[in-house]
Design a protein around this ligand. Structure first.
Ligand SMILES: NC(=O)c1ccc[n+]([C@@H]2O[C@H](COP(=O)([O-])OP(=O)(O)OC[C@H]3O[C@@H](n4cnc5c(N)ncnc54)[C@H](O)[C@@H]3O)[C@@H](O)[C@H]2O)c1
Length: 270
């Protein structure tokens, strides 16, 4: 059900690769709520993914940008403002990638060239996006920026490897830049910490299937889906959450504050 929560708002959505992507669901929900959007992803992902299908559904242009490339990001914000005929009201950063994980390298045997890439793509990119917008003065007052994160930033999930460190950095950048951008322009910056979700990035974590069912059993409300995450993003982009900034917001059905559940104990007693 749509409520016109984003009527008249204009946003950029990073990271829609295919139908499973959290960014895909979010793009559709934003448009349903009355927003106009620009879609972006890395050039290689545009070739491999299905973003053109989403672009048609959303009536949105696709502007390629590798989040580690400042020229790409400047071009993205400049072209988006030209397209909208004005500044931007919301940005979704839904980007993450670890080559160490992809190559099955454990946390105690990291390849540091790969790690540099992970930190750049998955964490520093948020700073790059915010700094580009800040210097181009591309965001309207009360604009809202959301980046997606995972609870491995606070607690150890061994197979999440160096992505845990990347997510800690991402959350820190969201707080630090949130302060500066709040002062300058009342721009809000938050992270949403999502339940494990079956997507291309999520599926890259070793033992993901067992892990997702563990999280389901630990969470009183169960795991949050990509569609539910999209709903939460819409609320965060709307004017209903104007005074929320510099926060890490758990969207995980209660997982983050649950010590143990009867369902998990039962499993252990088997
Ligand atoms: N799936 C989960 O279990 C889960 C849980 C919590 C948080 N998250 C986070 O949600 C976000 C979205 O992931 P997802 O699960 O929808 O998976 P996904 O694989 O669909 O999305 C990841 C996106 O990052 C993009 N990307 C990678 N390198 C890039 C680059 N250099 N430049 C631009 N884009 C690049 C990919 O093309 C892809 O579209 C990520 O930050 C992820 O860490 C996912």
């Amino acid at each position: 059900m749509a409520h016109n929560l984003l009527k008249g708002k204009k946003g950029i959505i990073f990271g829609a690769l295919d139908e499973k992507s959290i960014a895909w669901s979010t793009a559709l929900r934003c448009v349903e709520e009355g927003a106009e959007i620009v879609l972006t992803n890395a050039p290689i992902a545009l070739r491999m993914g299905e973003i053109n299908k989403l672009a048609e559904l959303c009536k949105a242009p696709v502007i390629p940008a590798d989040v580690t490339n400042m020229d790409d990001l400047k071009n993205l914000f400049t072209k988006s403002m030209e397209h909208f005929g004005g500044k931007i009201d919301f940005v979704l950063h839904s980007v993450g990638m670890s080559i160490n994980m992809r190559k099955g390298k454990s946390y105690t045997d990291l390849d540091y060239d790969f790690s540099h890439k992970t930190f750049d793509i998955s964490a520093m990119s948020l700073h790059r996006v915010l700094q580009t917008a800040y210097q181009l003065d591309a965001l309207n007052e009360w604009a809202s920026v959301v980046a997606l994160t995972y609870i491995a930033a606070q607690r150890v999930f061994p197979d999440y490897s160096e992505m845990a460190d990347a997510k800690s950095m991402l959350e820190s950048i969201s707080r630090s830049f949130g302060f500066h951008y709040g002062l300058k322009n009342k721009v809000r910056v938050n992270t949403i910490s999502q339940s494990p979700t079956k997507t291309t990035a999520g599926g890259g974590v070793k033992g993901f299937d067992g892990f997702i069912s563990y999280a389901e059993k630990m969470s009183p409300l169960g795991n949050a889906t990509a569609q539910q995450c999209a709903d939460y993003c819409v609320v965060m982009f709307s004017d209903m959450t104007r005074m929320v900034t510099m926060q890490n917001l758990f969207h995980d059905g209660g997982f983050s504050f649950t010590g143990v559940s009867a369902a998990v104990i039962e499993q252990m007693e088997k």
